[in-house]
Design a protein. Structure first.
Length: 97
């Protein structure tokens, strides 16, 4: 599913125009991005949480050349699904199979 698909579905469900819906979704995503840039955790109860994790520097190997490369310390965004969301997805997909 793409952002455009989500805009279409939300616009139909809410009665907003696609332009209005896209503006809301853009604002929503922008707020999450800005919060993560500040190192804040963003939580949606019953859905999951976004946070930033620190990755320590390490040595790695380029699989193409075998050359050892150094990966510096970095921060990566992560998402952890809530227990409710995990159970919902599992039950839904088990029924389909």
């Amino acid at each position: 599913m793409t952002k455009a698909d989500i805009v279409d579905i939300v616009a139909e469900a809410t009665g907003l125009t696609k332009v209005e819906t896209e503006a809301v979704i853009d604002g929503f995503l922008s707020t999450i991005k800005n919060s993560l840039q500040e190192g804040e955790r963003v939580e949606f109860r019953g859905f999951g949480s976004f946070s930033v994790k620190k990755r320590m520097p390490k040595k790695a190997r380029n699989p193409g050349t075998g050359e050892v490369v150094y990966l510096p310390e970095r921060y990566v965004p992560t998402f952890k699904a809530s227990k409710i969301l995990k159970e919902l997805v599992t039950k839904s997909l088990i029924k389909e199979s």
